[in-house]
Design a protein around this ligand. Structure first.
Ligand SMILES: [Zn+2]
Length: 466
Protein backbone atom coordinates (compact mmCIF):
# COMPACT_ATOMS: atom_id res chain seq x y z
CA UNK A 1 0.00 0.00 0.00
CA UNK A 2 1.13 3.55 -0.69
CA UNK A 3 0.33 6.29 1.78
CA UNK A 4 2.57 8.92 0.39
CA UNK A 5 1.32 11.87 2.39
CA UNK A 6 0.94 10.02 5.66
CA UNK A 7 4.62 10.04 6.38
CA UNK A 8 5.12 13.71 7.32
CA UNK A 9 5.95 14.12 10.99
CA UNK A 10 3.16 16.58 11.81
CA UNK A 11 1.33 15.50 14.91
CA UNK A 12 -0.79 18.65 15.47
CA UNK A 13 -1.49 21.81 13.46
CA UNK A 14 -3.64 24.81 14.16
CA UNK A 15 -5.19 27.12 11.61
CA UNK A 16 -6.61 30.33 13.05
CA UNK A 17 -7.88 33.82 12.30
CA UNK A 18 -9.26 32.98 8.84
CA UNK A 19 -11.48 35.88 7.77
CA UNK A 20 -14.13 33.34 6.87
CA UNK A 21 -14.05 29.54 7.04
CA UNK A 22 -16.58 27.61 4.94
CA UNK A 23 -17.31 24.24 6.53
CA UNK A 24 -19.83 22.54 4.19
CA UNK A 25 -20.85 20.72 7.37
CA UNK A 26 -24.41 19.57 8.03
CA UNK A 27 -25.49 23.13 8.92
CA UNK A 28 -23.37 24.67 6.14
CA UNK A 29 -21.74 26.94 8.71
CA UNK A 30 -19.55 29.80 7.51
CA UNK A 31 -17.42 30.86 10.47
CA UNK A 32 -15.98 34.40 10.74
CA UNK A 33 -12.54 34.50 12.38
CA UNK A 34 -12.53 30.73 11.96
CA UNK A 35 -9.99 28.00 12.35
CA UNK A 36 -9.44 24.34 12.92
CA UNK A 37 -7.24 22.03 14.92
CA UNK A 38 -5.84 18.89 13.31
CA UNK A 39 -3.89 15.88 14.47
CA UNK A 40 -2.06 13.47 12.16
CA UNK A 41 -3.99 14.79 9.20
CA UNK A 42 -7.44 14.50 10.78
CA UNK A 43 -9.61 17.41 11.87
CA UNK A 44 -10.37 17.37 15.58
CA UNK A 45 -12.10 20.72 16.05
CA UNK A 46 -13.55 23.45 13.83
CA UNK A 47 -14.86 26.78 15.12
CA UNK A 48 -14.13 30.43 15.90
CA UNK A 49 -10.41 30.84 16.57
CA UNK A 50 -11.05 31.74 20.22
CA UNK A 51 -12.74 28.38 20.83
CA UNK A 52 -9.78 26.30 19.60
CA UNK A 53 -6.65 25.09 21.43
CA UNK A 54 -4.08 27.89 21.42
CA UNK A 55 -1.01 25.70 20.85
CA UNK A 56 0.03 23.12 18.29
CA UNK A 57 3.24 21.83 16.72
CA UNK A 58 2.59 24.10 13.75
CA UNK A 59 0.41 27.21 13.79
CA UNK A 60 -0.85 28.98 10.67
CA UNK A 61 -2.25 32.48 10.97
CA UNK A 62 -4.65 32.80 8.03
CA UNK A 63 -5.92 36.33 8.69
CA UNK A 64 -7.10 37.88 5.45
CA UNK A 65 -7.88 34.47 3.92
CA UNK A 66 -10.98 32.61 2.87
CA UNK A 67 -10.73 28.93 3.85
CA UNK A 68 -12.63 26.28 1.91
CA UNK A 69 -12.77 22.50 2.07
CA UNK A 70 -10.38 21.06 -0.53
CA UNK A 71 -12.11 20.68 -3.90
CA UNK A 72 -12.74 17.26 -5.41
CA UNK A 73 -12.32 16.55 -9.12
CA UNK A 74 -14.41 13.63 -10.36
CA UNK A 75 -13.35 13.24 -14.00
CA UNK A 76 -10.13 13.86 -15.90
CA UNK A 77 -7.66 12.41 -18.39
CA UNK A 78 -4.34 13.72 -17.15
CA UNK A 79 -2.41 12.40 -20.15
CA UNK A 80 -4.32 14.79 -22.40
CA UNK A 81 -2.42 17.80 -21.02
CA UNK A 82 0.07 16.77 -23.75
CA UNK A 83 -2.46 17.47 -26.50
CA UNK A 84 -4.07 20.76 -25.55
CA UNK A 85 -4.96 23.12 -28.36
CA UNK A 86 -3.86 20.68 -31.09
CA UNK A 87 -4.71 22.63 -34.28
CA UNK A 88 -6.85 20.02 -36.05
CA UNK A 89 -8.80 19.20 -32.88
CA UNK A 90 -9.65 22.74 -31.90
CA UNK A 91 -12.99 23.13 -33.59
CA UNK A 92 -14.45 19.63 -33.67
CA UNK A 93 -17.22 17.73 -31.92
CA UNK A 94 -16.47 14.66 -29.80
CA UNK A 95 -16.16 11.92 -32.44
CA UNK A 96 -14.00 13.96 -34.87
CA UNK A 97 -11.97 15.30 -31.95
CA UNK A 98 -11.28 11.75 -30.76
CA UNK A 99 -10.40 10.47 -34.23
CA UNK A 100 -7.93 13.33 -34.66
CA UNK A 101 -6.23 12.66 -31.34
CA UNK A 102 -6.19 8.83 -31.13
CA UNK A 103 -3.16 8.54 -33.49
CA UNK A 104 -1.21 11.06 -31.39
CA UNK A 105 -2.13 9.30 -28.15
CA UNK A 106 -1.01 6.00 -29.71
CA UNK A 107 2.58 7.32 -29.42
CA UNK A 108 2.45 7.86 -25.64
CA UNK A 109 5.39 6.48 -23.67
CA UNK A 110 5.44 5.67 -19.93
CA UNK A 111 7.48 8.82 -19.20
CA UNK A 112 4.79 10.91 -20.94
CA UNK A 113 2.19 9.49 -18.55
CA UNK A 114 4.32 10.46 -15.54
CA UNK A 115 4.98 14.00 -16.81
CA UNK A 116 1.39 14.73 -17.81
CA UNK A 117 0.17 13.42 -14.45
CA UNK A 118 2.49 15.85 -12.69
CA UNK A 119 1.39 18.77 -14.87
CA UNK A 120 -2.33 18.06 -14.60
CA UNK A 121 -2.25 17.44 -10.85
CA UNK A 122 -0.09 20.53 -10.25
CA UNK A 123 -2.63 22.63 -12.09
CA UNK A 124 -5.45 21.04 -10.13
CA UNK A 125 -3.65 21.56 -6.81
CA UNK A 126 -3.06 25.25 -7.51
CA UNK A 127 -6.73 25.66 -8.40
CA UNK A 128 -7.91 24.28 -5.06
CA UNK A 129 -8.19 20.56 -5.71
CA UNK A 130 -7.08 18.16 -2.97
CA UNK A 131 -8.61 14.92 -4.33
CA UNK A 132 -8.48 14.01 -8.00
CA UNK A 133 -10.04 11.23 -9.97
CA UNK A 134 -8.42 10.33 -13.27
CA UNK A 135 -9.52 8.11 -16.14
CA UNK A 136 -6.61 6.60 -18.10
CA UNK A 137 -7.97 4.33 -20.83
CA UNK A 138 -5.20 3.76 -23.33
CA UNK A 139 -1.92 2.01 -22.67
CA UNK A 140 0.30 2.01 -25.77
CA UNK A 141 4.02 1.22 -25.79
CA UNK A 142 4.18 -0.35 -22.35
CA UNK A 143 2.31 2.45 -20.54
CA UNK A 144 0.66 1.32 -17.30
CA UNK A 145 -1.56 2.88 -14.66
CA UNK A 146 1.47 2.46 -12.37
CA UNK A 147 3.17 5.29 -14.32
CA UNK A 148 0.35 7.66 -13.41
CA UNK A 149 0.45 6.57 -9.77
CA UNK A 150 4.19 7.15 -9.68
CA UNK A 151 3.75 10.66 -11.11
CA UNK A 152 0.93 11.46 -8.71
CA UNK A 153 3.01 10.50 -5.68
CA UNK A 154 5.33 13.45 -6.36
CA UNK A 155 2.48 15.99 -6.20
CA UNK A 156 0.72 14.74 -3.08
CA UNK A 157 -3.01 14.89 -3.90
CA UNK A 158 -5.41 12.08 -3.07
CA UNK A 159 -5.94 10.03 -6.20
CA UNK A 160 -8.74 7.83 -7.47
CA UNK A 161 -7.00 6.22 -10.44
CA UNK A 162 -9.25 4.54 -12.97
CA UNK A 163 -8.03 1.50 -14.85
CA UNK A 164 -9.78 2.51 -18.04
CA UNK A 165 -9.89 0.47 -21.22
CA UNK A 166 -10.80 0.32 -24.89
CA UNK A 167 -11.39 -3.04 -26.55
CA UNK A 168 -13.66 -2.30 -29.52
CA UNK A 169 -11.50 -1.23 -32.46
CA UNK A 170 -12.62 0.21 -35.76
CA UNK A 171 -12.63 -3.19 -37.46
CA UNK A 172 -15.22 -4.38 -34.89
CA UNK A 173 -17.49 -1.34 -35.29
CA UNK A 174 -15.91 0.78 -32.55
CA UNK A 175 -14.51 4.30 -32.87
CA UNK A 176 -10.80 3.94 -31.91
CA UNK A 177 -8.18 2.54 -34.32
CA UNK A 178 -7.38 -1.13 -33.67
CA UNK A 179 -3.82 -0.35 -32.58
CA UNK A 180 -4.94 1.43 -29.38
CA UNK A 181 -7.34 -1.24 -28.10
CA UNK A 182 -6.44 -4.07 -25.70
CA UNK A 183 -7.56 -7.68 -25.28
CA UNK A 184 -10.37 -8.01 -22.75
CA UNK A 185 -8.91 -10.86 -20.69
CA UNK A 186 -5.71 -8.84 -20.26
CA UNK A 187 -7.69 -5.72 -19.23
CA UNK A 188 -9.46 -7.66 -16.49
CA UNK A 189 -6.28 -9.38 -15.26
CA UNK A 190 -4.39 -6.09 -15.16
CA UNK A 191 -7.26 -4.45 -13.27
CA UNK A 192 -7.09 -7.17 -10.61
CA UNK A 193 -3.33 -6.72 -10.35
CA UNK A 194 -3.77 -2.98 -9.75
CA UNK A 195 -6.45 -3.47 -7.11
CA UNK A 196 -4.19 -5.94 -5.29
CA UNK A 197 -1.19 -3.64 -5.55
CA UNK A 198 -2.70 -0.25 -4.72
CA UNK A 199 -6.35 -0.05 -3.67
CA UNK A 200 -6.76 1.30 -0.15
CA UNK A 201 -10.40 1.32 0.99
CA UNK A 202 -9.68 2.66 4.50
CA UNK A 203 -10.90 6.11 5.62
CA UNK A 204 -8.27 8.72 4.81
CA UNK A 205 -7.13 6.68 1.82
CA UNK A 206 -4.69 8.46 -0.49
CA UNK A 207 -5.19 6.04 -3.36
CA UNK A 208 -8.08 4.03 -4.70
CA UNK A 209 -8.49 2.08 -7.92
CA UNK A 210 -11.60 2.43 -10.09
CA UNK A 211 -12.74 0.18 -12.96
CA UNK A 212 -13.59 2.30 -15.99
CA UNK A 213 -14.21 0.93 -19.51
CA UNK A 214 -14.08 4.04 -21.67
CA UNK A 215 -17.47 4.45 -23.36
CA UNK A 216 -20.24 2.54 -25.18
CA UNK A 217 -18.49 3.11 -28.51
CA UNK A 218 -15.06 1.83 -27.49
CA UNK A 219 -15.68 -1.34 -25.44
CA UNK A 220 -17.92 -4.38 -25.88
CA UNK A 221 -21.06 -5.11 -23.86
CA UNK A 222 -19.31 -8.16 -22.50
CA UNK A 223 -16.46 -6.11 -21.04
CA UNK A 224 -18.96 -3.70 -19.45
CA UNK A 225 -20.74 -6.67 -17.83
CA UNK A 226 -17.54 -8.31 -16.62
CA UNK A 227 -16.22 -5.00 -15.30
CA UNK A 228 -19.37 -4.63 -13.17
CA UNK A 229 -18.95 -8.17 -11.79
CA UNK A 230 -15.31 -7.57 -10.96
CA UNK A 231 -16.06 -4.22 -9.28
CA UNK A 232 -18.68 -5.78 -7.04
CA UNK A 233 -16.49 -8.76 -6.21
CA UNK A 234 -13.63 -6.45 -5.19
CA UNK A 235 -15.60 -3.55 -3.66
CA UNK A 236 -14.28 -0.87 -6.01
CA UNK A 237 -16.24 1.75 -7.94
CA UNK A 238 -17.32 1.81 -11.58
CA UNK A 239 -16.95 4.74 -13.93
CA UNK A 240 -17.49 5.44 -17.63
CA UNK A 241 -18.50 8.17 -20.08
CA UNK A 242 -22.25 8.15 -20.70
CA UNK A 243 -24.81 10.28 -22.52
CA UNK A 244 -22.14 12.82 -23.45
CA UNK A 245 -23.30 13.67 -26.98
CA UNK A 246 -26.17 13.07 -29.39
CA UNK A 247 -23.73 11.09 -31.59
CA UNK A 248 -23.33 8.64 -28.74
CA UNK A 249 -27.11 8.41 -28.23
CA UNK A 250 -27.54 7.60 -31.94
CA UNK A 251 -24.75 5.01 -31.72
CA UNK A 252 -26.47 3.26 -28.78
CA UNK A 253 -29.91 3.33 -30.42
CA UNK A 254 -28.46 1.92 -33.64
CA UNK A 255 -26.14 -0.70 -32.12
CA UNK A 256 -28.09 -1.79 -29.05
CA UNK A 257 -31.63 -0.53 -29.62
CA UNK A 258 -31.35 1.26 -26.27
CA UNK A 259 -30.65 4.75 -25.06
CA UNK A 260 -27.30 5.05 -23.22
CA UNK A 261 -28.70 4.72 -19.68
CA UNK A 262 -30.91 1.73 -20.54
CA UNK A 263 -27.93 0.07 -22.19
CA UNK A 264 -25.75 0.63 -19.10
CA UNK A 265 -28.49 -0.60 -16.75
CA UNK A 266 -28.90 -3.80 -18.79
CA UNK A 267 -25.21 -4.54 -18.21
CA UNK A 268 -25.41 -4.15 -14.43
CA UNK A 269 -24.23 -0.53 -14.39
CA UNK A 270 -26.71 0.84 -11.89
CA UNK A 271 -26.22 1.51 -8.18
CA UNK A 272 -24.52 3.86 -5.74
CA UNK A 273 -21.10 2.46 -6.74
CA UNK A 274 -21.47 3.80 -10.32
CA UNK A 275 -20.75 7.28 -11.62
CA UNK A 276 -20.95 8.55 -15.17
CA UNK A 277 -18.97 11.38 -16.75
CA UNK A 278 -21.20 13.98 -18.44
CA UNK A 279 -24.79 12.70 -18.34
CA UNK A 280 -25.79 15.50 -20.70
CA UNK A 281 -28.57 13.70 -22.55
CA UNK A 282 -30.81 12.18 -19.87
CA UNK A 283 -34.59 12.59 -20.05
CA UNK A 284 -36.78 13.13 -16.97
CA UNK A 285 -37.48 9.44 -16.50
CA UNK A 286 -33.76 8.63 -16.69
CA UNK A 287 -32.90 11.34 -14.18
CA UNK A 288 -35.43 9.81 -11.77
CA UNK A 289 -34.02 6.31 -12.32
CA UNK A 290 -30.53 7.55 -11.57
CA UNK A 291 -31.74 9.25 -8.39
CA UNK A 292 -33.44 6.07 -7.18
CA UNK A 293 -30.37 3.97 -7.95
CA UNK A 294 -27.91 6.50 -6.45
CA UNK A 295 -25.86 6.72 -9.67
CA UNK A 296 -23.55 9.75 -9.59
CA UNK A 297 -22.60 12.24 -12.29
CA UNK A 298 -19.29 13.97 -13.01
CA UNK A 299 -20.47 17.25 -14.53
CA UNK A 300 -17.87 18.68 -16.92
CA UNK A 301 -19.20 22.06 -18.11
CA UNK A 302 -16.06 23.36 -19.88
CA UNK A 303 -15.65 20.17 -21.88
CA UNK A 304 -19.36 20.12 -22.75
CA UNK A 305 -19.06 23.67 -24.08
CA UNK A 306 -15.68 23.15 -25.78
CA UNK A 307 -16.97 20.15 -27.76
CA UNK A 308 -20.41 21.72 -28.25
CA UNK A 309 -21.92 18.64 -26.57
CA UNK A 310 -24.79 20.21 -24.63
CA UNK A 311 -25.98 21.32 -21.19
CA UNK A 312 -26.36 18.68 -18.46
CA UNK A 313 -29.55 18.95 -16.36
CA UNK A 314 -27.69 19.56 -13.10
CA UNK A 315 -30.47 21.16 -11.07
CA UNK A 316 -32.86 18.38 -12.12
CA UNK A 317 -30.27 15.84 -10.98
CA UNK A 318 -29.98 17.53 -7.60
CA UNK A 319 -33.78 17.62 -7.17
CA UNK A 320 -33.92 13.90 -7.98
CA UNK A 321 -31.21 13.12 -5.41
CA UNK A 322 -28.49 12.27 -7.94
CA UNK A 323 -25.02 12.93 -6.48
CA UNK A 324 -23.27 15.47 -8.75
CA UNK A 325 -19.60 16.42 -8.65
CA UNK A 326 -17.44 18.47 -11.03
CA UNK A 327 -14.88 17.29 -13.53
CA UNK A 328 -12.42 19.46 -15.42
CA UNK A 329 -12.28 16.63 -18.00
CA UNK A 330 -9.75 16.69 -20.73
CA UNK A 331 -7.37 18.15 -20.58
CA UNK A 332 -7.60 18.28 -24.37
CA UNK A 333 -11.29 19.16 -24.26
CA UNK A 334 -11.10 22.00 -21.76
CA UNK A 335 -8.03 22.85 -22.22
CA UNK A 336 -7.25 23.43 -18.59
CA UNK A 337 -7.48 21.82 -15.18
CA UNK A 338 -8.76 24.73 -13.08
CA UNK A 339 -11.25 23.25 -10.65
CA UNK A 340 -12.37 26.47 -8.98
CA UNK A 341 -12.85 27.83 -12.49
CA UNK A 342 -14.94 24.77 -13.28
CA UNK A 343 -17.28 25.62 -10.39
CA UNK A 344 -17.79 29.00 -12.02
CA UNK A 345 -18.42 27.37 -15.39
CA UNK A 346 -20.98 25.03 -13.77
CA UNK A 347 -22.86 28.00 -12.34
CA UNK A 348 -22.77 29.94 -15.60
CA UNK A 349 -23.81 27.10 -17.89
CA UNK A 350 -26.66 26.17 -15.51
CA UNK A 351 -27.91 29.75 -15.79
CA UNK A 352 -27.62 29.64 -19.57
CA UNK A 353 -29.57 26.37 -19.49
CA UNK A 354 -32.24 28.06 -17.39
CA UNK A 355 -32.50 30.88 -19.93
CA UNK A 356 -33.04 28.36 -22.73
CA UNK A 357 -35.93 26.65 -20.96
CA UNK A 358 -39.37 27.66 -22.21
CA UNK A 359 -40.77 28.28 -18.72
CA UNK A 360 -39.82 31.60 -17.17
CA UNK A 361 -38.36 32.05 -13.68
CA UNK A 362 -36.42 28.81 -13.45
CA UNK A 363 -34.22 28.77 -10.34
CA UNK A 364 -30.65 29.97 -10.98
CA UNK A 365 -27.71 28.00 -9.64
CA UNK A 366 -26.03 29.99 -6.87
CA UNK A 367 -22.31 30.41 -6.22
CA UNK A 368 -22.71 28.38 -3.02
CA UNK A 369 -24.45 25.56 -4.88
CA UNK A 370 -21.55 25.49 -7.35
CA UNK A 371 -19.05 25.31 -4.48
CA UNK A 372 -21.06 22.50 -2.94
CA UNK A 373 -20.81 20.52 -6.20
CA UNK A 374 -17.04 21.05 -6.08
CA UNK A 375 -16.71 19.78 -2.50
CA UNK A 376 -19.48 17.69 -0.93
CA UNK A 377 -20.86 16.71 -4.32
CA UNK A 378 -17.53 15.42 -5.54
CA UNK A 379 -16.95 13.50 -2.30
CA UNK A 380 -20.36 11.81 -2.66
CA UNK A 381 -19.69 10.91 -6.29
CA UNK A 382 -16.41 9.24 -5.30
CA UNK A 383 -18.16 7.42 -2.45
CA UNK A 384 -16.28 9.21 0.34
CA UNK A 385 -17.65 10.60 3.58
CA UNK A 386 -14.20 11.50 4.94
CA UNK A 387 -13.58 14.49 2.63
CA UNK A 388 -15.57 17.40 1.12
CA UNK A 389 -16.31 19.21 4.40
CA UNK A 390 -14.41 20.73 7.31
CA UNK A 391 -15.73 19.01 10.40
CA UNK A 392 -14.39 16.93 13.29
CA UNK A 393 -13.48 13.44 12.11
CA UNK A 394 -12.89 14.44 8.46
CA UNK A 395 -9.54 14.51 6.68
CA UNK A 396 -7.68 17.80 6.99
CA UNK A 397 -8.01 18.67 3.29
CA UNK A 398 -8.46 22.42 2.87
CA UNK A 399 -7.43 25.42 0.81
CA UNK A 400 -6.97 29.10 1.61
CA UNK A 401 -7.26 32.12 -0.69
CA UNK A 402 -5.98 35.62 0.11
CA UNK A 403 -8.75 38.16 -0.09
CA UNK A 404 -6.64 41.25 -0.79
CA UNK A 405 -6.16 40.27 -4.42
CA UNK A 406 -6.98 42.18 -7.55
CA UNK A 407 -9.67 39.74 -8.69
CA UNK A 408 -11.71 40.22 -5.51
CA UNK A 409 -11.34 43.99 -5.26
CA UNK A 410 -14.84 45.30 -4.62
CA UNK A 411 -16.30 41.86 -3.96
CA UNK A 412 -15.64 41.44 -0.25
CA UNK A 413 -19.29 41.91 0.74
CA UNK A 414 -19.38 38.15 0.24
CA UNK A 415 -16.01 36.40 -0.08
CA UNK A 416 -17.65 32.98 -0.60
CA UNK A 417 -19.64 34.15 -3.59
CA UNK A 418 -16.57 36.07 -4.82
CA UNK A 419 -14.59 32.84 -5.08
CA UNK A 420 -17.03 31.62 -7.75
CA UNK A 421 -18.43 34.82 -9.29
CA UNK A 422 -15.09 36.61 -9.77
CA UNK A 423 -12.39 35.50 -12.20
CA UNK A 424 -10.94 32.12 -11.11
CA UNK A 425 -7.81 32.43 -8.98
CA UNK A 426 -5.11 30.08 -7.79
CA UNK A 427 -5.12 29.22 -4.10
CA UNK A 428 -2.45 30.52 -1.76
CA UNK A 429 -2.40 27.48 0.50
CA UNK A 430 -3.52 23.91 0.34
CA UNK A 431 -3.33 21.05 2.80
CA UNK A 432 -3.89 17.40 1.98
CA UNK A 433 -4.25 15.22 5.04
CA UNK A 434 -2.73 18.08 7.01
CA UNK A 435 0.32 18.26 4.81
CA UNK A 436 1.03 21.57 3.02
CA UNK A 437 0.96 21.03 -0.76
CA UNK A 438 0.67 24.71 -1.75
CA UNK A 439 2.31 27.51 0.26
CA UNK A 440 2.29 31.18 -0.75
CA UNK A 441 0.81 30.20 -4.10
CA UNK A 442 3.53 27.67 -4.98
CA UNK A 443 3.67 23.90 -4.90
CA UNK A 444 5.79 22.66 -2.02
CA UNK A 445 6.10 19.16 -3.41
CA UNK A 446 7.44 19.64 -6.91
CA UNK A 447 9.63 22.10 -8.76
CA UNK A 448 7.48 22.90 -11.75
CA UNK A 449 9.94 24.58 -14.13
CA UNK A 450 11.82 21.47 -15.28
CA UNK A 451 8.58 19.46 -15.45
CA UNK A 452 6.94 22.05 -17.73
CA UNK A 453 10.00 22.03 -19.95
CA UNK A 454 10.09 18.23 -20.24
CA UNK A 455 6.32 18.15 -20.76
CA UNK A 456 6.54 20.65 -23.62
CA UNK A 457 9.29 18.58 -25.24
CA UNK A 458 7.11 15.47 -24.94
CA UNK A 459 4.09 17.29 -26.39
CA UNK A 460 6.15 18.45 -29.36
CA UNK A 461 7.48 14.95 -29.98
CA UNK A 462 3.99 13.42 -29.85
CA UNK A 463 2.55 15.97 -32.27
CA UNK A 464 5.30 15.66 -34.85
CA UNK A 465 6.37 12.00 -34.72
CA UNK A 466 5.20 10.10 -37.78
ZN1 LIG B 1 -13.70 12.25 -20.31
Amino acid sequence: MLHWAHTSPMPTSLIRNATLLVTMDAERREIPDGGLFMRDGWIEQVGPSASLPQHADTVYDLSGHLVLPGLVNTHHHLYQTLTRAVPHAQDAGLFTWLKTLYPIWARLQPEDIRLSTQIGLAELALSGCTTASDHLYLFPNGCRLDDEIEGARTVGLRLHASRGSMSLGESQGGLPPDRVVEKEDFILRDTERLIDAYHDAAPGSMLRIVIAPCSPFSVTSDLMRQAAHLARARGVRLHTHLAETLDEEHFCLEQFGRRPLGYAEDLGWSGPDVWFAHGVFMNDDEVQRMGRAGIGVAHCPSSNMRLASGIAPVLRYLTAGVPVGLGVDGSASNDGSHLLGEARQAMLIARLGAALQPEAARPLMTARQALELATLGGAAVLGRDDIGALAAGKCADLVAIRLDRLEYAGALHDPVAASVLCAPVQVDRSFVHGRPVVEHGRLTTLELGPVIEAHNRAARRLATEG
